[in-house]
Design a protein around this ligand. Structure first.
Ligand SMILES: Cc1cc2nc3c(=O)[nH]c(=O)nc-3n(C[C@H](O)[C@H](O)[C@H](O)COP(=O)(O)O)c2cc1C
Length: 395
């Protein structure tokens, strides 16, 4: 195999980072937090993201490097394996939508020990999203303000990339694709728009998520309204002839009545699950300390964790075991993940926690989850689901 000069340089840099990483990882030094994150955090968040993805792309292209990466991060334990939606999950920790909007690293996420990864959100029409800057870190608050506006390649180009990745080498984890309404399409035409994306993308995903809750696109969250949501579900369930599991991704600001409507529809159309929650739109409950606190966008990270847990518990208590809950919002550590599982989540995702904690955090969370189960005298993660749901009250 011949490499051009820039690929050879990338390889050289990666080799050095990998060596350092392995040395420090084994000593349990927080290499990402102490060395890599301070460098990345000197850059604007999106530039840091683009740079990191460029470096990581090689693990999606070269099978032996992917295996090498997996050997650093590999961790597996029978107590974490679950069959959910008829799919085998190695562990309950997943990458949340928004981290890989262009489905660039579908093969790399499993090497980082994610039990599953959700790519997108992808809209039928390609769209640039809002103008940059459109992401801000709030480090003192362990949060991020997201004003991205669903920029992505569009369903057609994404399907092409996914087909190429599928032919490169085998992925070891579960992949979900998140689909969203194109910005230029009216609310009334949303069902048709989602359906076109579903038709192009479903074959590449183990399950599909219908994102209804992007707080930084005008009117988008209105799709959570029963009258607008039902036609989308009718259309997609009608064409879902292969019975691909379907989930809905909902927001952090929903009222009890709105949640009741969603629960009703999820049961009526036999959907597999609800992903709760997206970033929060309502900032009145927060008191941020960080410099960029007045920038626009939805709030992700620690501040939204408590409300996300309340929503998860509410969904769990009303699910009658007819659908599963994927919980997210402010998961940084094993304790955060375990809280969501005890609130009622079967699986957990993280976005902001991954940006702050880096790739080693996934293996750490999984290792520590096993210890948390043992401390609670439980032998399997599914015994912890919903144990503390009654401790949460949604107002
Ligand atoms: C940079 C960024 C981009 C995001 N883009 C999307 C998206 O395209 N689709 C989506 O459903 N959620 C998106 N989200 C929301 C996350 O998936 C998640 O629901 C939210 O950030 C709360 O989880 P966290 O506290 O772990 O970040 C995005 C979040 C971040 C930080």
């Amino acid at each position: 195999m011949f490499l051009d000069r820039s690929s050879a340089l990338d390889l050289l840099i990666l080799g050095k980072i990998a060596k350092l990483w392995k040395r420090n990882f084994n000593r349990k030094m927080k290499f990402y937090e102490k060395i890599i994150r301070p460098i990345l955090f000197l850059l604007d968040p999106e530039t840091a993201h683009i740079f990191t993805f460029k470096m990581l792309a090689i693990f999606d292209r070269v099978a032996f490097l992917n295996k090498l990466l997996a050997s650093f991060f590999n961790f597996s334990d029978p107590s974490l394996k679950q069959k959910v939606f008829g799919l085998n999950f190695e562990n309950p920790i997943g990458l949340a939508a928004g981290m890989d909007k262009k489905a660039d690293l579908t093969l790399t996420w499993s090497a980082f020990n994610f039990g599953f990864a959700e790519c997108g959100s992808i809209t039928y029409q390609p769209q640039p999203g809002n103008t940059r800057p459109r992401l801000w870190r709030l480090p003192q608050d362990q949060a991020i303000l997201v004003h991205h506006g669903l920029g992505n390649l569009g369903a057609q180009a994404s399907a092409k990339k996914l087909a190429q990745a599928k032919n490169r080498f085998k992925r070891n984890n579960i992949l979900s694709l998140s689909i969203a309404k194109s910005n230029e399409v009216s609310m009334e035409e949303a069902a048709e728009d989602y359906t076109k994306s579903f038709q192009l993308l479903a074959e590449y995903a183990d399950f599909i998520t219908i994102n209804l809750s992007c707080p930084n696109v005008k009117n988008f969250c209105g799709l959570q309204n029963k009258t607008l949501l039902e036609p989308i579900l009718i259309k997609i369930t009608n064409i879902n002839t292969h019975q691909k599991p379907l989930c809905l991704k909902i927001g952090n600001d929903l009222t009890k009545n709105e949640l009741d409507d969603i629960i009703f529809l999820v049961k009526k159309y036999n959907l597999a699950g609800i992903i709760a929650t997206n970033s929060a739109k309502d900032r009145s409950r927060f008191n941020f300390k960080s410099k960029n606190k007045d920038k626009p966008g939805g709030v992700s990270g620690k501040p939204i964790a408590q409300r996300a847990n309340e929503i998860i518990a509410y969904l769990y208590k009303h699910s009658e075991n007819k659908f599963k809950i994927i919980g997210l919002g402010g998961v940084f550590t094993d304790t955060d993940a375990y809280k969501k599982i005890k609130a009622g989540a079967t699986l957990v995702q993280l976005a902001t926690g991954f940006i702050y904690g880096g790739p080693a955090s996934i293996k750490n969370i999984n290792q520590e989850l096993v210890k948390l189960l043992q401390a609670d005298k439980l032998t399997h993660i599914n015994q912890a689901i919903g144990l503390e749901a009654n401790n949460y009250h949604l107002f």
